[in-house]
Design a protein. Structure first.
Length: 381
């Protein structure tokens, strides 16, 4: 979705036109969710060439209606010649002769040029185009910007329809030689989403003290989208590329941490002294209960935590170091896309002594045993 958002924004800014075609010539393995995502983004046609590479099942269509999980249909097209066609009688003729929906009419698309080297069409391409104009194989052709509606009209007329994932049978079981990249990619997606959510909440609830950091987040998103290139994520780029990728993911993480820290600051300022109220937040779209790690200023022998409605909350003090008290708290019923207000007060003298367990500096003490972490990090027998 972010690729579509930023990609279409770029196209509109640089070319003054809305991009309404998703053109994926070299990626493969198309999710069944794509049709509804594309429709929602304003895209009305999907073009690819990769399915021609099937090594077992001949892909049955060049123009068809691709139906997504929810029933959304989108026009789809796969040129018979593939990505790097030539303007020659042979290729132009094959574009039509191999077109599976030719009896229904419509237009078949053929791209031309040299894609991997980013050279595009060359001078001799245009010379061939002029010569080809007089060939019977080329007489029905025209060059220029092809309208998706006419290119895929054959699919609409014949009702050729496919459901499910568009799976490429040639690249089976493709994993990666750089598993850390896939992990870093998913972690960055999650961190950016959370940072955006917290920043938006802070902007709405504390507009006088906090401003949404749009440039920072947009820069981080663009770094992530760049590193989702299909030769980076699967581990098929050159070694030097991964030095840049690792640095980019580190910068994304630093940005997200800075945005998150700044976004929660307006909600932890003390109000009239004492322990400030806490506001654990959750960015998910459903209610859930969770264990939350909290930190409050001061070294407290005991604390009393209560929810907004006054309900006492179960918690455990983990450590008292550096003038801070860290604790673990169970917060029930965190609302979707929301937060809970927690009141924190020093417990009265003698309160909190009910627990027979304590933990301090790597040592856990219970009425039954004491466990201390050894200096080398290993637990003693």
């Amino acid at each position: 979705m972010r690729q579509l958002l930023y990609g279409r924004r770029f196209f509109q800014k640089e070319f003054g036109a809305a991009a309404d075609v998703l053109w994926l010539p070299d990626t493969f393995g198309y999710s069944w969710a794509l049709p509804q995502i594309l429709r929602a983004a304003g895209v009305r046609a999907f073009f690819t060439t990769k399915l021609l590479w099937n090594d077992t099942t001949v892909f049955p269509h060049n123009s068809f209606l691709w139906e997504g999980i929810d029933g959304t249909r989108i026009l789809a097209h796969e040129p018979p010649v593939g990505l790097e066609g030539l303007v020659t009688p042979g290729h132009v003729g094959k574009s039509w002769s191999a077109f599976r929906e030719q009896e229904a009419g419509g237009t078949v698309l053929q791209t031309f040029g040299y894609g991997d080297g980013a050279a595009g069409p060359r001078r001799n391409t245009w010379r061939r185009r002029a010569r080809c104009a007089g060939s019977p194989a080329c007489r029905a052709r025209r060059s220029g910007r092809s309208a998706p509606s006419s290119t895929t009209s054959a699919a609409a007329r014949t009702g050729s329809r496919l459901e499910g994932e568009l799976y490429l049978e040639m690249h089976r079981g493709t994993y990666t030689t750089h598993a850390w990249v896939k992990r870093a990619n998913r972690r960055a997606e999650s961190m950016l989403y959370t940072a955006e959510f917290l920043a938006a909440a802070a902007h709405l609830q504390a507009p006088g003290t906090y401003r949404y950091p749009a440039p920072l987040l947009e820069g981080a998103w663009k770094k992530l989208l760049l590193n989702q290139f299909h030769d980076i994520v699967p581990g098929t780029a050159i070694a030097d590329a991964y030095e840049d990728t690792r640095r980019d993911f580190e910068e994304i993480g630093e940005t997200c941490e800075a945005v998150t820290a700044a976004a929660v600051r307006p909600f932890v300022a003390p109000r009239g002294g004492g322990v400030p109220p806490l506001h654990p937040r959750q960015p998910l779209g459903w209610e859930r209960s969770a264990y939350v790690s909290l930190e409050v200023p001061g070294r407290h022998a005991g604390l009393a935590l209560r929810a907004d409605d006054g309900t006492p909350l179960a918690h455990q003090i983990l450590s008292r170091t550096g003038g801070r008290t860290q604790l673990l708290c169970h917060v029930p019923g965190l609302p979707p896309f929301g937060f809970a207000g927690l009141a924190v007060e020093p417990a009265p003298a003698g309160a909190g002594a009910h627990t027979p367990f304590s933990m301090d500096r790597g040592t856990i003490r219970t009425p039954y045993y004491e466990l201390t972490t050894a200096a080398d990090g290993a637990s003693p027998p």
